[in-house]
Design a protein around this ligand. Structure first.
Ligand SMILES: [Zn+2]
Length: 295
């Protein structure tokens, strides 16, 4: 049984117009550092009709990206009839992470996760409804709730190969061997202890937990969650990207305050901050100055 995740309310006229706007974004009109006025000028070329001023959509889009962590009028929320399944999935994922440990959980695949839950009553088996819920979420087109990035994992069963990654015990995170690890090593050699790895490889289960838990803490708001966390299957942490931060700066490393740190300035000067999600990016994701683009 496939659960119906989203309400049909979004399939109205306004949604269709918003979808046209999202298509324009995907075509690459928005870029970093472009002012909303300049964007408005550019985008009028694509305006479908005079009664649908697309610059309102641009303003709306940029406003949402700036206020990524608050609820907006047309955000997509988990429906009431699946809320219970959504909540029990989040709770089970948290118990599973406790069982395998935070480090191992980063690279746990979907099939292995299901197998594990069968043997550990303290986690409990995923119910049919929970499995269907995760499957539907994984294969859903994330542009529906405003996320416009590429899909990085095509199948729910795609897994991180253990031989391709290495564990950094002090940071409690994995990095891909090759370019990711070499880049991180170079950064460490040049910047030293000021900088640290805050998040490395993330497989499908970790992304499920991060994304769904963020939505759970915000009344099931999937759009809000997707503005700061890629939905499962869309994270470049599955392909080699990683996050860095100022040592000792804690959770503030994942806020704009990171741009005030020494680590940020040194990394900028050395040219390491090739960002995936720049300011006013076109992927529907907040500005993430800590996320290093590798792939
Ligand atoms: Zn990141």
């Amino acid at each position: 049984m496939i659960l119906k995740l989203l309400s049909s309310a979004h399939l109205n006229d306004k949604y269709v117009k918003r979808r046209d706007f999202l298509k324009i974004l995907v075509m690459g009109v928005l870029g970093s550092g472009v002012t909303s006025e300049a964007l408005a000028k550019k985008i009028t070329v694509f305006t479908a009709s005079k009664t649908d001023p697309i610059d309102d959509h641009i303003r709306d889009y940029l406003y949402k990206m700036k206020h990524f962590d608050t609820t907006h009028r047309d955000d997509i929320i988990i429906e009431k009839n699946v809320y219970h399944t959504f909540k029990s999935t989040v709770k089970r994922l948290i118990r599973l992470q406790e069982l395998v440990g935070h480090g191992n959980f980063h690279i746990l695949g979907f099939d292995d996760a299901i197998k594990l839950t069968r043997y550990y009553p303290e986690v409990g088996k995923f119910t049919r409804k929970e499995l269907d819920f995760m499957e539907e979420l994984f294969y859903r087109d994330a542009t529906q709730y405003g996320f416009l990035g590429e899909k990085t994992l095509l199948r729910l069963s795609d897994r991180i190969k253990k031989g391709e990654v290495m564990y950094l015990s002090r940071q409690g995170n994995y990095l891909y061997r090759g370019r990711s690890y070499e880049t991180y090593n170079k950064i460490k050699q040049q910047v030293g202890k000021t900088v640290t790895l805050t998040s490395g490889v993330r497989g499908i289960m970790k992304q499920f937990l991060l994304f769904l838990n963020k939505a759970y803490k915000n009344e099931g708001n999937l759009s809000l969650a997707s503005r700061s966390l890629a939905p499962p299957g869309y994270s470049f942490h599955a392909n080699g990207d990683f996050d860095v931060g100022q040592a000792g700066f804690g959770a503030l490393n994942f806020t704009d305050r990171f741009t005030t740190t020494d680590a940020y300035h040194i990394l900028c000067d050395l040219g390491y901050l090739k960002l995936r999600y720049e300011r006013d990016n076109r992927y529907g994701v907040r500005f993430e100055p800590w996320h290093i683009r590798i792939t």
